[in-house]
Design a protein around this ligand. Sequence first.
Ligand code: NI
Ligand code: MN
Length: 227
Amino acid sequence: MKITFQGHSCFSVESSSGSIIIDPFLTGNPQAVAKASDIKVDAVLVTHGHADHLGDAVEIATANSAPIIAPFELVNYCAAKGAGGHPMHIGGGYDFGFGRVKLTIAHHGSTAYEGDVATAVGNPCGLLVTMDGRTVYHAGDTGLFADMALIGETNAIDCALLPIGDNFTMGIDDAVRAVGMLKPKVVVPMHYNTFDVIEQDPKEFEAKLADSATEVRILAPGESLEL
Ligand code: NI
Ligand code: MN
């Protein structure tokens, strides 16, 4: 399995069974090195409706004839814009051709904006994605929550993708606590340094996990890791 950081909270995941993109905020993402028109995927997974996550989801899904996999209300919102979708909800899992997806809780909001018009698109989520026998946990945007211990107990997480930016999500110290509960083999920090208000030093996150069994991988946009 190959995981590529596309900047902010966007990741591509490729395996022998297919490829997906998560939270495809590429257009307007100052960290992005890929263009939405270059993305070739079997599915587009979206954690919530905020523009820095929903991003180019409708365009990529439409161009690839790929479903948007997201909470029910968000899939319906995208369907009204012409994108195909597979609605799910928190706690539910489903086996797709490319692998299994299960939605987890995330403590955050989920409103989509078009200009000044706000549409509530249900609850935000996190994602557990299993492909090629490897499990990735994308936390979405969330604060720290104690049920991460349950997620860690019930899933052997190979790679956790955790926000560290603070202000809108967990900051570094809470993300360090999250690693203690999730016990992933590898953790990749995300959702930092895209905007001034979420400026963080990922080296501080790495240093605070120096004694942890979890390996910290700081990825530059466009950089990949293999699991
Ligand atoms: Ni958000
Ligand atoms: Mn966000």
